[in-house]
Design a binder for this molecule. Sequence first.
Ligand code: WTA
Length: 630
Amino acid sequence: MEKKEFSGEVYYASEKIVDNAHGKNWEEICKSAEDSLEGFWAKEAEELHWFKKWDKVLDDSNKPFYKWFTGGQTNIAYNCLDRHTETYRRNKLALIWEGENGDFRSFSYFALRRDTCRFANVLKSLGVKKGDRVTIYMGRIPELMIAMLACARIGAIHSVVYGGFSVEALHERLEDSQSKVLIVSDGSFQRGKTVYLKQIADEALQRAATVESVLVVKRTGEPVNMEAGRDMWYHELMKLPIANNNCNVEVMDAEDPLFLLYTSGTTGKPKAILHTHGGYMVGVHSTLKYVFDIHEDDRYWCAADPGWITGHSYIVYGPLLNGATSFMYEGAPTHPFPHRWWQMIEKYGINILYTAPTAIRGFMKYGDNWPNRSDLSSLRLLGSVGEPINPEAWRWYHKIIGKEKCPIMDTWWQTETGMFIIAPTPGVPLKPGSGTKPFAGIKMDIFNEDGKSVGPNEEGYLVITTPWPAMLRTIYNDPDRYVSQYWSRFPGVYMTGDSARRDEDGYFWIIGRVDDVIKVSGYRLGTAEIESALVSHPAVAEAAAIGLPHEVKGNAIYAYVTLKTGIEKSEKLIEELRQHVGHEVGPIAKPEHIEFTDLLPKTRSGKIMRRVLKAKALGQDPGNLSTLEE
Ligand code: WTA
């Protein structure tokens, strides 16, 4: 493409990178997908293993309950492991792992398949069957991956709860998913400290009744409480004769559920997003292949956490489906020093690094000398996800980390979308702060209040107007909410919850959420979760949470609290409330700032007007106040 065709600040990848890329003819690929959506996805699906080929690529007879690859039979874990162990990849490294304390482990595809089989047999011996839900709550250790794959292998539905969540968040997810089994680690290492995950789990289990077995992975070795008849050590189970090295794979229908992942929405409790074996597998495999252009000899590092969708799709499933070698790191980015990541990039020869803007801004703070101490010349591609990347951070990442030779793949997507939706491939001209255009076969638009497409550079609601294979199928146990939350604001069109604009080149620029979701350091939290944690404290009558701009975190949580009559306001109470939110939801949800107020702005129907609080905090005009009660 000619450079002069694009407006604004534009960056191009080197010819070498583009010529070697899987998506070298990206425009042609996009054109073919536009001509035949089903043809494109069928071709992508053919790269994977199917026990039985599908009858139909896309079944849209019951919108918005779309189905993909119906009649097809497959198993994603089989595709992640067995498909490779039957080839030269048997001895290839699937996973390289480093602990925060310097521990090191690595797994070939052969070893990862074997350990997955063994653990799958353990689960089976505990009575776990196809369709049963299993909750996984751990730090970033290989067993987390093994547990997910073992569930998938036997057709159990995993529900991973991020290791940074705490008691009530875990309890809610155990209860909603009705999990019979919980797999947990004794603890994890973060910033040189131990997080006592088993202890948190014990407290959550006192509130949750469905769990029959708790399997405990030893990571820290610190003493934990083991309840007789319920709790068992992973390493002991893996030594038993039942932990056979082979485990028959469960043949799954393409539309059979693979996992639940809870995420925050507009109101109320977190909702369980449901993804399936077939379509999710095809979408994740294909997007990672084209966007991060994984090659046989690459070492790829997605620095997210497996407990979030980025980790599910692009630490666990995507890399393994592509037969890649990935790297996983347990700990905090700047521990013990701010060059921990850069040292590991040099040490392991990482070629592709995928992280979040908040991490980049965090590193920027420490200056250029830390990354400059390491040899980062192995890097070829960089990635960003989770929130809009400010152009300043983009340029720093490009220059200081990528040495001006690594294109940055800014990928926009969601827990619900399962796979990248807006993302470039290495040859697409880049503009700092834009994820460029939708992936092949995907159409998007920006709507005004009336559902009409807006003009160039006008802000509006970001929507997706075509189905895609890794799309969520429903909200587990709540199909009505699935329809009302995503498909009702503009009938027949998927509502993302984000606002955006599209420039004169057709590039999308994300502005932010339009609902009550707050992105803190790229983590997705709901105002409702924070508020209900606050009101569960005996001193609190009412609470409202909002997100305000923060230099490193993107957004920080501010909470407004009305105390019960007779309770005295104090600094000590503020700290107690922050700790309480940390204990109930997790440290990431602790409000940055809590302010006591005697009254919260509400509509006549009693809904808190967070917009008014936000405007006040930012010293802006609160806008239309006609619905305000007092
Ligand atoms: C935001 C994370 C701008 C967006 C994969 C979306 C982004 C929400 C980007 C989903 C990006 C994600 N640029 N904003 N590249 N990627 N977002 O479900 O607001 O944790 O709706 O999935 O993150 O968050 P989730």
